[in-house]
Write a new protein. Sequence first.
Length: 368
Amino acid sequence: MDLMPMNISKLAVFQAALILFCSFGVYQYSVQEENDADGGAIIIIDSNGVEHSFVESPTRVAITNTYAATVIRMLDVESDVIVGISGDFYDSSLWPEFIDTPIIQQSAHSEIDFEALLDARPEVYIVFATNGMVDTNAIREKLEPVGIRVLALDFYKYDNLRYEINVIAKLFSKEKEANDLFVEFDEIESLVEDRIGGISETSRPRVVMEHHASLTRDPVVLTGTSQWTDMIEKAGGKNIFADLPGHTTHVDMEAILDGNPDVLMFDGITFDIGFNAFDEGNDCQTHMNFIAERPGFDEVKAVQSGSMMIMSGEFAGPMMIHGLPTLAKLLHPSLFEDIDTEYYLDNYFIKYHDIDRVGKFVCEFERA
């Protein structure tokens, strides 16, 4: 969600809105400062390390990504606290409660419509904390002077998911719901760990996970701080590029050939897969055929064995723990042959979204 330079007309609108809104913002912040001095009833620290103090749970919140909305659902927070969304909530079958909610930006990564945002009058704006396309500090500098708290949370990093869920739980007094959710997480993780805990290091398949950006340029792989590195490890695999810094990086084609992975995986965000999406154009298979035809890839173990797959974007969000058995079974089919991993995906949608799961969530390579 880069804050792109605003054109003159947008800037004029924003400045006018600031003048109208400023008295409210100054008043809100002066009251908040007094409350902070007295010790706010709710103190939370977001994933940028910014401390926020609230006297009570906010009643007007703007969110731009479905991950945050999913966690709010998982904790049974009333949906009417959401007063602004992005165009990412386009599927009315999955998000019927937001049909009439004002859109404050086109997507979680697009420019904010400041006029629409100010019209929505949120107390809190939830934004990605570490997404490379989101300039959280710039957003904070724009919004906090007019009384809108900017809460930076990702909900897509495995090792930080529980912490961020706890932040929302504390903010809305949903600690019991969070604890119940973590019990469910523990059960799923234990199921997987019990199956893969005894395997040797050499029995862990070596994986290369390519980013969706690889569709249009040289390979971009997911690296050390990517949520996929943690997920692959938890599922009994090993990310060949885990030692490289950052979330993603470009690598030479030769680096993949030299790594000779047992499994090639692809981030499916740009494919028509996931909830209520079925890859009707067969783009997944087309892409994996393209990968298999890269020079030298006919010698790669993953291509020779047909161990290539594209994972839908849901696996990289709050569904990641419910999706862990699916990934573990893909990497170790013999260890999970008696486990119906679809159950965990189905239960996630029924329990937390109150809807039957439909769609294609994993595309596996099919030899011609």
